[in-house]
Design a protein around this ligand. Structure first.
Ligand code: HPA
Length: 273
């Protein structure tokens, strides 16, 4: 049994041996959100490659380091660089980050991502507090052998994007210059951006934004009872909303243009979590 409890424990044992505190909040930083990691105080930095049974980022825009320390007064474990299905991992492997957080004693997790805006009332640079997702990819990270220590095979997802944490994110929205919405995230496997027809379909189905991450982590968190806050940064209007062609550079440019207020917004949320 490859992905049994001992498999995950091995990663956690190693990370625990490098720190002398228990991180309270886990943070997964998505595309363009990485600079927040540089603000962690007294950081213990662990390259993913050093952690047994962990994964390595293949995306050059993702740093690939676990950073543990203090941010906004909270003890955090921060993943600078995440793993995506499009990189070629098995879906089961995408459980690894959240299960590591769980074993380290993390109580709550923030997941950030870059996403395309499907809702035409959104604009690039806006932020969306995720209230739910649509996963029509036919995939689940918890498929296969169920690791009972992380929760039951069949689990509830009605508060996956935890209401109490969304409420905090809304309160903090009053103190940022960013425009903050609440919406539904549509998960697509990528790595290609969506077709214009797919975006029209996503809109009809109730998706407000679209991206290639977060859902594997959100499902893993729901199974192990980890409260989760999902924050999407709209880096572009989705395909066909404008005539603009999409590429990784545009995504990074928008993220860079709101880097400062975005970091401040996430830190404000952390203070109040
Ligand atoms: N689609 C999917 N993923 C994304 C997008 C998009 O338009 N923008 C940033 N990540």
């Amino acid at each position: 049994m490859k992905y049994d409890f001992a498999y995950f424990q091995k990663s956690a044992d190693y990370v625990r041996s490098m720190i002398d505190f228990t991180p309270e909040i886990g943070i997964i930083l998505g595309t363009g959100c990485g600079p927040l990691a540089e603000e962690v105080e007294n950081p213990v930095v662990i390259p993913y490659g050093d952690i047994p049974n962990f994964l390595v980022s293949t995306n050059p825009d993702h740093a690939g380091k676990l950073i543990l320390g203090t941010l906004a007064g909270k003890k955090v474990v921060c993943m600078s660089g995440r793993f995506h299905y499009y990189e070629g991992y098995d879906f089961e492997q995408l459980t690894v980050p959240i299960r590591l957080f769980k074993l380290l004693g993390v109580q709550k997790t923030i997941v950030t991502n870059a996403a395309g805006a499907v809702n035409t009332s959104y604009a690039p640079g806006d932020v969306v507090i995720l209230k739910d997702h649509i996963n029509f990819m036919g995939v689940a990270p918890t498929r296969g052998h169920n690791v009972e220590e992380f929760g039951p095979r069949f689990f509830d997802v009605s508060d996956m994007y935890t209401k109490a944490l969304r409420d905090i994110a809304h309160e903090c929205a009053a103190r940022t210059s960013l425009k903050v919405h609440e919406g539904v995230y549509m998960y697509m496997c990528g790595p290609q951006f969506e077709t214009a027809a797919e975006i029209r379909a996503i809109r009809v189905l109730g998706g407000d934004c679209v991206g290639m991450s977060t859902v594997p982590e959100a499902l893993t968190a729901a199974q192990c009872g980890m409260p989760l806050l999902g924050i999407s940064l709209m880096t572009n209007m989705a395909t066909g909303v404008t005539t603009e062609k999409l590429g990784g550079a545009e995504v990074n440019e928008t993220a860079a243009s709101v880097e400062l207020p975005f970091k401040e917004y996430i830190k404000d949320i952390l203070v109040h979590m």
